[in-house]
Design a protein around this ligand. Structure first.
Ligand code: NI
Ligand code: MN
Length: 226
């Protein structure tokens, strides 16, 4: 499984046969828009953790170009279905076997309104199982005890955690989250995009290392293979 960081909380996850785009926010991210061309992204599925604009901005444009299927909570899936897109609705605690593998929609502590203030359901994250690898995509979330539920059923290979603080967990809570999900390999996201979430990379890497964990911080366009 190849995971490419597209900036902010946007990821492209590629399995041998399928590509999954997570929370696309590229055209509105000045740090990403000069490096990533959204016309080059051809996802089979678009996973959306919650409705905030910094996770949904490019869903419609990219999805309509390629007939991608939006996978999200019921409210967000319905929102994009009404715009003429294909969608698969889920809700918290539910799993579904897709052609690329299994997704479970799990709890996140955050909010989830659309840009116009309309209701975007409750926010979530995903546990993805594909090609014998299991990945937790936390979405925007605080540190929460619910994370302890994940390792009861899933042995994770990678935890993708927000580390930018202010709107989500910061670095030190993400270290505790990695304990809760029992995964010492972490890909950090949701940092540096705006002033509120700028982080000290060196300090973040050191804190993880001191805790005996590995933090990956990818440049935009850079990929990690697990
Ligand atoms: Ni958010
Ligand atoms: Mn966000």
């Amino acid at each position: 499984m190849k995971i490419t960081f597209l900036g902010h909380a946007s990821l492209l996850i590629e399995t041998p046969k399928y590509s999954l785009l997570v929370d696309p926010f590229i055209s509105g991210n000045p740090k990403a828009s000069d490096k990533i061309q959204i016309k080059d992204i051809k996802p089979d599925y678009i996973l959306v953790t919650h409705a905030h604009l910094d996770h949904t901005l490019d869903v419609e444009e990219i999805g309509k170009l390629h007939g991608s299927i939006v996978v999200s909570n019921f409210e967000i899936a319905t929102h994009f279905e009404k715009k003429g897109m294909k969608a698969h609705p889920m809700n918290h605690g539910g799993s579904w076997k897709f052609p690329f593998g299994t997704l479970k929609y799990v709890n996140a502590i955050h909010t989830s309104s659309f840009d116009d203030g309309s209701y975007g359901g409750q926010p979530g994250g995903f546990v993805l199982s594909s090609e014998k690898k299991q990945v937790y995509i936390a979405g925007d979330t605080a540190l929460t005890m619910d994370m302890k539920l994940i390792p009861l059923t899933t042995k994770l290979d990678l935890a993708i955690l927000p580390i930018g603080d202010n709107f989500t967990m910061g670095v030190d809570d993400a270290i505790i989250a990695s304990d809760f999900v029992e995964c010492n390999t972490v890909l950090g996201y949701h940092y540096d995009t705006f002033g509120y979430i700028e982080i000290d990379h060196e300090m973040a890497l050191q804190h993880f290392e001191k805790a005996g964990k590995k933090l990956h911080l990818l440049n935009i366009g850079e990929a990690l293979t697990i």
